[in-house]
Design a protein. Structure first.
Length: 403
């Protein structure tokens, strides 16, 4: 029997983890008071009732909390503190590798440049990493180290008011088509990220595309993803979260996506809108086969999907069941620890209970997370790290009598 204690002790990953969606509520309250940010409540109970709920009415309702967390993350001390606490929170439940994603351009303004934003987040995570890795059981090789990478998020769209950076960009390019401005912002993000990685040694491991999916296709950002591709950045794209299979296909083919964020609507023929696709079921079958054959990993966020798509109603209806049947590579992720009020252990436990996952299957899903990570060092070092993880995982199985 797989117990909660076992789940928390095994080494885990979180490959889809938004920094601004994972701020401790008490920290949010303290930072809001310090930086004069208005909140609807200054108690954790009040914030959970009004903003960070167990259930949401829609995706827009779900996203309201980001306005508050983003507002307090406009300086280096706040970014560093939140990143540090995020590292510690993951370590406390056995998560050994995280890829923290956020949109640096939402935090850039005349008093804070892009590199400073990235350095601040890395300082916080480095501090958490150093504290964990200095433990005797890690130092002597008994347990694997805690590691992390940074994924930078380009925004599919933005408007004036999203941030000072985006407002200035739209004002300077006021005679340009908005979609071309979105594209230029994404390209600029790749350039600054490559500089931060190559000049300053920051572990920037990948590029993501986030934001409103419907109406803002991924191919608007092809140039940015091509630039990332040429500079050996890994790629992941939010796709199939609020749009259909075509969005996933576009992410993989036009944007070179190595992984897909969510992919919830992969198997939904009614979501296909391209009139030239006549046989929807055949299209989906080919797409699923293509994903499986290329080992494109899907970052599954069970709780988040249930909250942003109330029509799912029951977790048993989640498309993870079909992903599993199709032998796709998947990894369980939180999306947003605070906004979704969840942890990696929660996500794993829900998957086990809902889909009757065996111990052997669980090991495969967990190890997929490490193998399909955008590990910030060489391939050989990654292989060595994954081997440590597997050995440690097997030792815990023996400890709990799991074969």
């Amino acid at each position: 029997m797989i117990t909660r204690e076992f789940i928390e002790k095994i080494p885990k990953t979180d490959l889809h983890l938004h920094l601004d969606g994972s701020v401790r509520l008490q920290t949010l309250i303290e930072l809001a008071k310090e930086y004069k940010v208005n909140l609807p409540s200054y108690t954790e109970t009040g914030l959970k009732e009004l903003v960070f709920k167990d259930a949401y009415g829609s995706l827009n309702d779900y996203l309201k909390g980001f306005a508050y967390t983003g507002a307090v993350l406009q300086n280096e001390p706040s970014l560093e503190r939140v990143a540090y606490e995020l590292g510690k929170d993951n370590q406390a439940e056995g998560v050994r590798y995280i890829e923290v994603r956020f949109a640096p351009q939402l935090h850039i303004h005349r008093h804070l440049n892009s590199v400073s934003v990235l350095k601040a987040v890395c300082r916080g995570l480095d501090r958490a990493k150093a504290e964990f890795n200095n433990r005797p059981e890690v130092q002597d090789g008994t347990e694997p180290e805690f590691e992390y990478g940074i994924i930078v998020c380009a925004m599919r769209m933005f408007g004036r008011g999203f941030s000072e950076y985006y407002t200035d960009l739209l004002n300077v390019l006021s005679h340009s088509d908005s979609r071309s401005v979105f594209s230029l912002a994404s390209q600029e993000l790749v350039k600054l990220s490559v500089e931060a990685r190559d000049k300053y040694g920051l572990p920037i491991v990948g590029l993501d595309l986030a934001g409103a999916e419907d109406g803002y296709p991924a191919d608007d950002h092809m140039e940015a993803f091509s630039l990332a591709h040429k500079n050996f950045m890994k790629k992941t794209v939010h796709a199939g979260e609020a749009y259909g299979p075509e969005s996933i296909f576009q992410a993989i083919t036009d944007c070179h996506a190595d992984r897909i964020g969510h992919g919830y609507y992969l198997f939904e023929p009614t979501m296909i809108q391209d009139p030239t696709i006549e046989n929807h079921d055949e299209y989906i079958n080919k797409l699923v086969g293509y994903i499986a054959d290329r080992r494109v990993t899907i970052e599954v966020c069970l709780t988040s999907n249930l909250q942003t798509n109330p029509e799912i109603k029951d977790l048993a209806n989640h498309s993870f069941a079909k992903m599993r049947d199709s032998k796709l590579s998947v990894s369980f992720c939180t999306d947003n620890r605070t906004v979704s009020s969840t942890t990696v252990s929660d996500e794993v436990e829900k998957a086990i209970k809902t889909f009757d996952i065996s111990a052997r299957e669980l090991r495969h899903f967990i190890i997929y997370g490490f193998k399909r990570s955008f590990f910030p060092r060489s391939y050989l070092e990654k292989r060595e790290y994954v081997r440590k993880v597997i050995d440690y995982y097997e030792s815990i199985e023996k400890e709990f009598g799991i074969e």
